[in-house]
Design a protein around this ligand. Sequence first.
Ligand SMILES: Cc1ncc(COP(=O)(O)O)c(C=O)c1O
Length: 436
Amino acid sequence: MADEVGFATQQVHAGERLDGDAGARITPIHLTAGFVFDDFDQARDRFHGDVEGFTYTRLGNPTTAAVERKLAALEHGVDAIAVASGQAAVTVALLALLRAGDRILASRSIYEGSRGLFRENFANLGIGVDFVDDPHDLAEWRARIRPETRVLFGESIPNPKNDVLDISGVADVAHDHGLPLVVDSTLATPYLVRPIDFGADVVVHSTSKFLAGHGASLGGAVIDGGRLDWAARPELFPQLTSPSAGLGGRSYVERFGDRAYAEYARSVIASRFGPTLSPLHAFLLQQGIETLSLRIERHSENALQVARWLEEQPEVASVDYSGLESSPYHGLAKRYLPRGQGSVFGFTLTGGEPAARAVVDAVTLFSRMTHLGDVRSLILHPATTTHSLLTGDELRANGIHPGLLRLSIGIEDVDDLLRDLAQALAASRRARLEVA
Ligand SMILES: Cc1ncc(COP(=O)(O)O)c(C=O)c1O
């Protein structure tokens, strides 16, 4: 599809191919484990990748392939791999770049599930991690690169502090060392920012959030930007640049060119570790993406109004939303997120944990949930839930104060959201008076 086509047109039409004899307009749910071969030769050719076609759903499926094409187009990538969860997407994206002895250099401001994956699970595989304390200090990114570093990792919109990543700044640091930048863009989606346009090499998503959009199905995606010249420093990524027995002695770069990383991530990492997306969930994801821009516009408008309102409330000490002029990341948001700053942010109550508890217990329209990116508005107390494994020092360093609440603002009527928050803040005031 021509690149000039607008985002809303692309989200509906990109990647579609009319599929099957019945003339189905939407790629149907191909809920099948495997695919029949016409004959001996076709089986052999499909296994060798010499002809298009499917073999077994863990290696590829028409419903999943349709949503992969759509995601690659929307992110301006060359290829995409859909997997069973965001956690699987981060794992697959990085295991395609890392071997025992290698290290990740990651922003401190990332999803706790990714932090745990790097610190514990990857450590057990002999893969190390270094964290950048101030992700907005490009000199610190540069200084922390070691000879073993193989990938830089950050999130376009981290939660709950909304400290927007300087994607092109970090990408430049990575590229100066021949390394890729992987960006988790779950909270932004391609509607708000396309990290590849700003120099990122790989984009990952938890599609369970805004892309699927309705809080019903888990999924993840890895999108290959196709720009990094892996062969420029072949010693860094031998899995892509040295001869592979499976490719008749050619390397992934020789065989697949700018899609080398995606092919390796798909056929060697995702298919062997096996976090396959169900074709049913691929279908739900594709349906969600078709309305992405409409939802994200509404999410962002609502979030900005809620953030502005919260900023005026006496019980609120601070609001972490990059759409606000008061945010230290407003300048970065203007550059990277001109269409809106997303739906997820934190705010801190002056009354600390007791006030946070009263608000969480008093809301009636907001759901008390750890999920994000639902059409419904959600609320959570990070210090006692998602971030409860951090030490006191780590909580302070990450700005997770006892009075901090995280919101994921939905697409409801914003006046109803404000009314619910107003009565919850009133409940927290009453609780405070009773204690006093
Ligand atoms: C930024 C980010 N990345 C990855 C994940 C993991 O996604 P999933 O829950 O789909 O495994 C999450 C989940 O909240 C997330 O917020």
